[in-house]
Design a protein around this ligand. Structure first.
Ligand code: SF4
Length: 270
């Protein structure tokens, strides 16, 4: 995404926007204007959150992150040995990533900054579940928050979501592991209750394409384009109203529009 497009999007949404999450399914530090984007959002009093794999965190990137005023940095590090780390993060190196995390923490201290709040996010798989305790200890030593979540088999609308073979290969069966992404056939969904994302957030892709959540990643399911239209017009368009009506049949009329939320198994429909 270009800086100009980012600014246009912020300008079009800032009246109601409180938080901007600067990642979806990509690595935000690949964008060489990322610090300017963070600064622009901050100058408009919008909270900024960014998840990164820390691979590109040299001195310059660390300084850029800290000085831009980023509020929260989520460091995705799923393992404490090269073997486990590289099973999912192919081509990455745990030692390098850990060094970069140390560098960031040290620089934040040296520059006497309160932000970003740093969170070590550990995605639990079958192959790394035995390293959670050690990772938590390392996070404590560094003075950063530690957060775990269970891995899931991708989005809610992909056919391999219920693939038993993949499940057996990748997902941990430990009792204590929180399972956010377990499909319940009796309920017909993963989570209990309705999808609230349709009322409180949207995803904007690099070209301005809008989708209702991070699970929807194909342009043909798009709900509009924020660079071409106004937020208000997208927010109340046929697709949004049709999607919301799946969860509020009593109050809203189904517009008849076929939207991707029909096929989604994440939340319980009415
Ligand atoms: S219903 Fe499913 S596809 Fe639609 S916004 Fe919610 S999570 Fe995304």
């Amino acid at each position: 995404m270009s800086l100009d497009d980012f600014r246009t999007i912020i300008d079009k949404t800032k009246r109601t926007l409180t938080n901007v999450i600067l990642h979806n399914q990509g690595e935000p530090t690949l964008n060489d204007k990322i610090f300017d984007m963070i600064s622009y959002a901050r100058s408009n009093r919008i909270r900024t959150i960014m998840s990164t794999n820390l691979t590109l965190f040299g001195e310059e990137v660390c300084e850029g992150i800290i000085k831009s005023g980023l509020d929260t940095l989520i460091a995705s590090v799923d393992g404490v040995t090269e073997e486990t780390y590289q099973k999912y993060r192919i081509g990455g190196h745990f030692e390098a990533v850990y060094r970069n995390l140390e560098r960031l923490v040290e620089m934040k201290r040296r520059l006497r900054r309160r932000s970003p709040h740093i969170v070590w996010s550990f995605l639990i798989f079958k192959h790394n579940v035995h390293e959670v305790e050690e990772a938590a200890r390392l996070a404590m030593d560094l003075g950063v928050e530690f957060f775990i979540q269970s891995a899931g088999l991708g989005g809610t609308i992909h056919p391999w979501q219920g693939d038993e073979k993949l499940k057996g290969e990748w997902l941990s069966t430990e009792e204590w592991v929180p399972r956010y992404f377990d499909y319940d056939p009796a309920r017909g969904s993963i989570c209990k209750g309705p999808c609230d994302w349709l009322w409180n957030s949207l995803v904007v892709f690099w070209d301005g394409t809008v989708s209702p959540c991070c699970f929807v990643d194909e342009e043909r399911f798009s709900f509009g384009n924020i660079l071409e239209d106004e937020l208000c017009d997208i927010w109340n368009n046929e697709q949004y109203r049709a999607a919301r009506s799946l969860f509020r049949r009593k109050w809203e009329q189904d517009t008849g529009e076929a939207v991707i939320c029909n096929a989604c198994r994440m939340f319980e429909k009415e």
